[in-house]
Design a protein around this ligand. Structure first.
Ligand SMILES: [Zn+2]
Length: 93
């Protein structure tokens, strides 16, 4: 009998997958609520940006003024008590 490669591939446990999926959905919802027209720099209102990851956080850097911000900056999730131990978003929605 042939081995089903999909069945035996390394992956996440169901709780780990659910946590990753749930956080991704919360991040997507927060992004849409914060920037409904797409990213806007809080310093100059520019929309061109790049992203990079540092310390588990995704940073948005404005191409025009080089201002760096995160999705959580200025929100209730910015407080360390509202974050998961990994520093990523902890959502209770
Ligand atoms: Zn800017």
């Amino acid at each position: 009998m042939a081995m089903n490669k999909v069945q035996f591939q390394a992956g996440l446990s169901l709780p780990a997958f659910t946590a990753v999926w749930f956080e991704a959905q919360c991040r997507k919802s927060l992004f849409s609520a914060r920037w409904p027209e797409g990213f806007r720099c809080p310093a100059c209102a520019g929309s061109a940006h790049s992203t990079f990851k540092r310390d588990g956080q995704i940073y948005y850097q404005c191409t025009d003024c080089r201002h760096q911000t995160t999705l959580l900056a200025g929100t209730m999730f910015e407080a360390p008590s509202c974050r998961s131990p990994s520093g990523s978003l902890r959502c209770t929605c």
